[in-house]
Design a protein around this ligand. Structure first.
Ligand code: GLN
Length: 497
């Protein structure tokens, strides 16, 4: 194995093998990433850096390795989206209302990672309460995409809501990161930063200890530089959990072992409804390229139809705000987080704390959610949206009698400029046109880098799988990764910034 010259260029798999073979110590790795993070502050990818914790965990890992007690992710430094509660480490969900909230408990997913030996580098920036597609709704300010268009100094968004994690992975500030995806927040930022992101099947990972946005849609997943790394990390994030009754007790396969099986004989569906009006030719061409690559590797391509796809975005923007308005009712200025000064009575305290603590996009969602759940409108909006959700799932169930997996674009375009879409929420919501359907149906979806635009910005393709069949997604994504041979890297402009 020829290793990269810089430790921060290692893939998770390379680092794992090097650490296990004692070619590199965990402390060396952690030290390199702590420095890379400090050098990359202009990206604003991290809201909390935990260098002392990283070094302490790394040293403990090196002791274990020396004693021959290495666990599967021993000594591998990761970044954690600030939506995961981390014991003793500030967790803000990108919001002012959580203030300096320091959880007295650890989320199940992060606990699983630490139990597997991983090392924490810090908490990554994100859209407030995971609401957004550009990381611009964060109370901590926007994150800058490590990528810029060729010959341009314009700062671009890294996608959202897991924008900090995506930037940290793309900028080599960690070996890998965790994200969460309610309507696309892992896959969309992965696609626009040239990284790999998988939203597992609903119930694959425990949601316990993850700040809730829309509980029937939320799911955690890995964000990595390679498909192999994604397969490795999901294995150690996933688990059934008595603390989350929606987590599912199904075996977690060894995804990595299956990775190179290829796509020969795999039936791959191409849903015609994903060819939307006004889709840029670059996206259309990339999709066709993906089809050609898979065909060349022996897959069978099948044209399919998912007729209710066109209702997915409006359905999502009823269901998600409805659940959010209920989940966010707990932030009242009394129990934790931000409390307004000078309130006259308890109602005034609620109102002032919430008005000061929540940003505009979150307030907009709470208002939409409250409206669609209100007694006069419940049947017209929320109840109907639930019915359409059932029809969307039925589309998939029917199609999966004919195909094993679906191939679609991941996003309707590349990364856009900071501030470009903030004034128009609907144009922002359109970013999720290819991803929200997957959450509504509870299915797994993976975004994999597949090419560059004419201006040199990354674009991704998405595979959508059957429930709990992430293994096929990894195999298929690996086939695209091999064919696309995506080796482009962002120029490290922030080092000079
Ligand atoms: N962009 C979508 C939204 O704002 C999805 C966010 C997410 O997946 N958390 O709701």
């Amino acid at each position: 194995m020829s290793l990269p010259s810089s430790l921060t260029d290692f893939s998770l798999a390379e680092a794992r093998d090097a650490v296990h073979a004692k070619k590199v110590s965990s402390k060396e790795l952690a030290t390199a990433f702590v420095k890379a993070i400090a050098d990359a502050r202009p990206l604003n990818a991290f809201v909390t850096e935990t260098p002392e914790k990283a070094l302490e965990m790394a040293v403990a890992s090196d002791v274990r390795i020396a004693h021959g007690e290495a666990r599967p992710l021993e000594g591998l430094p990761l970044a954690i989206k600030d939506l995961f509660c981390t014991k003793g480490v500030k967790t803000t969900a990108g919001s002012h209302i959580l203030g300096n909230f320091i959880p007295p408990y650890e989320s199940t997913v992060t606990q699983n990672l630490w139990d597997a030996g991983a090392v924490m580098l810090g908490k990554t920036n994100m859209d407030e309460f995971a609401m957004g597609s550009s990381n611009e709704t964060s109370y901590h300010g926007p994150v800058f995409n490590p990528w810029r268009a060729r010959n341009s100094n314009q700062n671009l968004v890294p996608g959202g809501s897991s924008g900090g994690s995506a930037a940290a992975v793309a900028g080599n500030l960690c070996l890998a990161a965790t994200g969460t995806d309610t309507g696309g927040s892992i896959r969309q930022p992965a696609a626009v930063t040239g990284t790999v992101g998988i939203k597992p099947t609903y119930g694959r990972c425990s949601r316990w200890g993850i700040v809730a946005f829309a509980s029937s849609l939320d799911q955690a997943g890995p964000m990595t530089r390679t498909v192999r790394d994604s397969a490795i990390l999901l294995k150690h994030m996933a688990s059934v959990d008595p603390k989350d009754s929606t987590s599912v007790d199904v075996p977690v396969p060894d995804y990595e072992a299956d990775l190179e099986r290829g796509v020969k004989g795999l039936r791959i569906g191409i849903p015609k409804e994903y060819r939307i009006d006004g889709m840029p030719p670059e996206i259309e061409q990339l999709w066709q390229k993906g089809i050609d690559w898979l065909k060349a590797q022996g897959a069978e391509i099948v044209d399919v139809s998912l007729p209710h796809t066109k209702y997915a975005l409006p359905t999502y923007y009823i269901v998600a705000p409805a659940e959010a308005s209920s989940n966010l009712a707990r932030y009242d200025g009394v129990r934790y987080g931000h409390r307004a000064e000078g309130a006259e009575d308890i109602v005034d305290l609620y109102e002032k704390s919430r008005a000061e603590g929540f940003g505009k996009e979150v307030q907009r969602r709470i208002m939409i959610g409250t409206y669609v759940l209100s007694s006069g409108y419940y049947d017209a909006y929320y109840a109907r949206a639930q019915k359409i959700r059932t029809l969307i799932l039925r589309d998939f169930t029917e199609v999966y009698e004919k195909v094993d997996v679906l191939l679609t674009p991941a996003t309707p375009g590349p990364a856009f400029g900071i501030g470009e879409k903030t004034a128009d929420p609907v144009s922002m919501y359109l970013n999720d046109v290819f991803t929200v359907t997957v959450n509504l149906a509870g299915l797994p979806g993976i975004a994999v880098p597949a090419g560059l635009t004419e201006n040199g910005l990354p674009l991704g393709l998405q595979f959508i799988g059957k429930a709990f069949d992430e293994a096929t997604l990894f195999r298929a994504a690996r086939a695209i990764e091999t064919a696309a041979n995506f080796t482009a890297k962002p120029a490290h402009w922030w080092r000079a910034a």
